[in-house]
Design a protein around this ligand. Structure first.
Ligand SMILES: C[S@@+](CC[C@H](N)C(=O)[O-])C[C@H]1O[C@@H](n2cnc3c(N)ncnc32)[C@H](O)[C@@H]1O
Length: 259
């Protein structure tokens, strides 16, 4: 059952043309959305999907943002993992409730959110991040949009120097120099665990395969690219959108071999 929208939650106000505006509800505060000024108190307590009238004949529907909407709209000092890639990371990476997962590279916390949702209350996510300011931004984003950061530990450290954990189920890497952190990630993985690496260029992807081939502890490296094309659908025209995100990166999945 859907719960009413509450103080402290992030919401999307979607206008008649489908434009999405990401806002945060705080009792007693006002939101400026295009030419409308809306009191949060008018929104708090509404059902998701409710209609809310603004000024100058504007009108919005209000929802909690889905992952794919959030990562395109929230504060992002670093390039986040978008929904299309997060989907494959979670499924081919076989991330499940209750697992212990290490993430290397917090960035703005986008992928952290997706991982936290899946490992759930019985799982653990440990994120290594080199930069204090990115770690802080990631934490702020997760707490702001998820409402909590339970089960999550951020370690401000260079992952290439080694990871504290052992016997972890999955490691997901999104840093520029993946080959440099692969030995530490491999050491932390349990036998049979899955290592997932995201990289934007073919040269980086080649390096990952070479590092996997050199390692006696990793096997079965496979790389995928996800192409997502949105369609424009209305009564008079059904066709692919003119614009698309043509490229984000490659995803390489590897298995930790038994010791
Ligand atoms: C592209 S961003 C990660 C984005 C993130 N996956 C997301 O969805 O928001 C890469 C991050 O890796 C961090 N980083 C780079 N090298 C690192 C290392 N050796 N150890 C830990 N973090 C590292 C950078 O500071 C940066 O925040």
């Amino acid at each position: 059952m859907s719960s009413p929208l509450a103080d402290g939650e992030s919401v999307l106000l979607v206008d008649r043309r489908g434009r999405r505006h990401l806002k945060h509800l705080r009792t007693g505060h006002r939101l400026t959305v295009r030419s409308s000024v809306l009191a949060c108190d008018r929104i708090i307590g509404l059902a998701e999907g409710a209609r809310i009238g603004g000024g100058r004949d504007e009108e919005f529907r209000v929802f909690r943002p889905a992952y794919g909407e959030l990562v395109t709209l929230f504060e992002r000092p670093a390039e986040p993992i978008f929904a299309k890639d997060a989907g494959l990371i979670l499924t081919r990476g076989d991330i499940r409730p209750g697992q212990t997962v290490i993430e290397i590279g917090a960035g703005c916390g986008a992928l952290s959110m997706a991982l936290l949702r899946v490992v759930g209350a019985t799982g653990r996510l440990i994120t290594y991040e080199l930069r204090e300011d990115f770690a802080e931004e990631a934490r702020r984003n997760v707490v702001r949009h998820e409402g909590h950061a339970g089960g999550w530990t951020i370690r401000v450290a260079d992952a290439s120097l080694g990871l504290e954990e052992r016997d972890v189920d999955r490691v997901v890497i999104d840093v520029p120099d993946i080959a440099a952190v692969m030995p530490a990630a491999t050491e932390a993985l349990r036998d049979g665990g899955i290592l997932v690496a995201f990289c934007p260029t073919v040269l980086q992807m080649k390096e990952i395969h070479e590092a996997a081939a050199r390692s006696e502890s990793l096997g079965f490296a496979e790389t995928f690219e996800v192409l997502e094309r949105k369609w424009h659908v209305d009564a008079t025209s059904i066709r692919p959108d003119h614009r698309m995100v043509a490229h984000t990166g490659f995803l390489t999945f590897m298995r930790r071999l038994a010791r």
